[in-house]
Design a binder for this molecule. Sequence first.
Ligand SMILES: Cc1cc2nc3c(=O)[nH]c(=O)nc-3n(C[C@H](O)[C@H](O)[C@H](O)COP(=O)(O)O)c2cc1C
Length: 400
Amino acid sequence: MSGLAGKNIVLGVTGSIAAYKAVQLASTLSHRGAHVHTVMTAAARGFVSPLNFQALTRQAVHSDVGEVDREGRIAHVDRGRAADLMIVAPATANTIARLAMGLADDIVTATWLSTTAPRLVAPAMESSMYLAGSTQANLRTLADHGAGIIAPGTGRLASGHSGVGRLADVDAIIDRIGETLGLGGDLAGRQIVVTAGGTREAIDPVRFIGNPSSGRQGIALARAARDRGANVALIVGAIAVAPPTGMEVIEAASAAAMKAAVEQATAGCDALVMAAAVGDYTPAAAAGQKIKKTGDGLSLELTPTDDILAGLSGGFIKVGFAAETENLLENARAKLAAKSLDAIVANDVAASGLGFGSGMNRVQIIRRDGPITEAGPAPKRAIAEKVMDVVVELLGGSQQ
Ligand SMILES: Cc1cc2nc3c(=O)[nH]c(=O)nc-3n(C[C@H](O)[C@H](O)[C@H](O)COP(=O)(O)O)c2cc1C
């Protein structure tokens, strides 16, 4: 289950050309189990219909600060009070100014003032409007009042010009919402290191020995830890998906680079979760120039890479992954013992449609002290939450 499930999120939509992207945001949040309550300015309704949000979120959409229902509930007070988080996306220069001043004469500004939940604002406007001294000062005021600002991206703008001011990507906005909701979660105050993706061992400057790991499971683990309040360092090899925001991302292409990165990042950490598929062998010597095709056979001498987990000093929880194609439990238990792990996540990579490259996984989480948790088939994020449940248990519960 994602950290968004069951959360009440108030989505304020304002009169930007990017208002259509709020439809995608509302849809994705709802799909992930959040209850999305949309409030819209009059200008926003000129860009996109309230019906879009109502149909996608299955919640009433409010557009008028004067709305009171039959039970006497005042929309902005009611929405504000029930919110776990409020986000204004896209936020116009006009609404940002009005929020900074504390005005409350439309439903978005009134709900913003009414809520005590964490608040985020995602600006979207032309570069000149965004960079204007007044807009920057207003954003600073909002940040001083505790709001999170989701910085806009740079690229082509509605006017046809290029520059800063594009609404941040929907995925980045969702990352920030998850991160904000997770502050104070059961991993708050913890430092968690996660590795993801596959390593590449150079044969020559243009060829390597790699593996099909996409990094999806490791990235889901990093997101889950972040959304439960942890400070996360994510060490990535080759990955097929974009790394998330809200954490330190360290690139490490080869097994040796990953070993060095893990050793550095784990100093003082609380837990390490090694989901990366690290190569076991590397060419004895990488050729300095591209190896020419000759028509003859080619033999490569391979030497074993250092075992990252086995070589680490103690002082933190160690969770490994065992991707096996046969004798899953037996092989995983042997690895657990050989590498002095606290737990191992065993997955059968021979099962079709699961594991490598797929969005789904099925695993058994085996603790050194005995208990086994079965998880899946389920989305990798759901598997990640189960693994983090075990990490919290192994850490002796949350710190708060
Ligand atoms: C086609 C069009 C696109 C606009 N896009 C933006 C925008 O991306 N960002 C912005 O700050 N204002 C934009 N504006 C101006 C706002 O719509 C205007 O300032 C409005 O008063 C904002 O009202 P609101 O903040 O109450 O929603 C746009 C106006 C038009 C006509």
